[in-house]
Ligand binder design. Structure first.
Ligand code: C5P
Length: 307
């Protein structure tokens, strides 16, 4: 096999209920993941040892710290993990082309890792089963299994236990990236602090995912809007007060609803349809509130080889 290309999507947590902090430092959660049409590309070619290059969205300047080209990059660790588990030598020339902004609450790093697993499985002919890849993905990060699965899925445990869900309806969104990246552990830590201080309620109701799933199956957007929620929104807002302005801008631009994606700082603004999303994106791009504005739709498939 010469060169292999794989792509993987960004995600939005349409519902994110965060439970208590566990002994292992993670929070128990129930989430509804939606894979959206913003894709990173990983190219794997034969090599001598591992090399990694990164191009695209946010990789220049300060981005160089957010998307490293060594073992700190999840793609590097994915390659090492797959090589060890398959008993092959970790030889590959890897290139990531990013469209998904880093540290934005969109699981861009997880998407890259999932795409790398799929690409390297093909390059090395390791013949890993879906279950093998999912187990490796779970070791790499809480969101990596979902990046493999894509579509719509219920996430449990620390997020790594994914159950695919049939989703009937297409949903259209505008993603607005507000300011610099936010650290996921910092946002979870701020939630614990706010809860300890009694400033936000604790322990979310796991059953609250049901209306979200029903709305994703049959619509309309207003039903989804009424059901969406994210426990990490309050701590993200506490750490980044400007996010409040970004959410307001999305609502004022006509979003059916707007919420922070994952640990932020991306604002996901739900649209009625594709045309509405385009109009909203043009308006939001003109506000100066967002660093990047993109229209996307979901659900889309998880990591897979490019045809
Ligand atoms: O699994 P991942 O590497 O994406 O997690 C990054 C960090 O986010 C963890 O080290 C933890 O601080 C926090 N986290 C959490 N509970 C989760 C997932 C992530 O506290 N369910």
């Amino acid at each position: 096999m010469s060169t292999v290309v794989a792509r993987a999507p960004a995600k939005v947590n349409v519902h994110l209920a965060v439970g208590p902090l566990r002994q292992d430092g993670f929070h128990e959660l129930r989430t509804v993941y939606l894979a959206v049409s913003l894709l990173d590309t990983v190219t794997a070619a034969p090599g001598d040892g591992l090399t990694l290059t990164v191009t695209g969205e946010g990789t220049g300047g300060r981005g160089a710290d957010l998307v490293p080209t060594d073992r700190r990059n999840l793609v590097w660790r994915a390659a090492e993990l797959l090589a060890v588990s398959a008993g092959v030598s970790p030889d590959a020339t890897l290139a990531i082309d990013k469209s998904i902004p880093a540290a934005a609450g969109l699981a861009g790093g997880s998407a890259d890792a999932a795409a790398a697993l799929v690409a390297l499985d093909a390059l090395w002919g390791t013949g890993a089963s879906r279950a093998d890849l999912l187990a490796l993905a779970a070791q790499l990060g809480s969101d990596v299994p979902f990046s493999l699965v894509g579509g719509v899925a219920l996430g449990a445990g620390r997020g790594e236990q994914v159950t695919p869900v049939l989703a009937g309806t297409r949903t259209d969104w505008v993603l607005g990236i507000a300011g610099e990246g936010l650290s996921t552990p910092a946002v979870y830590g701020e939630l614990d602090r706010l809860r300890a201080a009694g400033q936000v309620p604790g322990g979310a109701d796991p059953a609250a995912a049901d209306p979200v799933l029903a709305a994703l199956r049959s619509g309309p957007p207003a039903a989804l809007a009424a059901a969406m929620s994210n426990d990490l929104q309050a701590p993200a807002l506490a750490l980044r007060p400007g996010l409040g302005r970004a959410l307001r801008a999305a609502t004022e631009a006509g979003a059916v609803a707007a919420l922070v994606s994952g640990s932020g700082p991306t604002v996901a603004a739900l649209a009625d349809d594709e045309r509405h999303a385009s109009r909203m994106a043009a308006e939001l791009a003109g506000t100066g509130v967002f660093r990047t504005v993109a229209t996307v739709h979901g659900p889309v498939p998880g990591a897979r080889l490019a045809s």
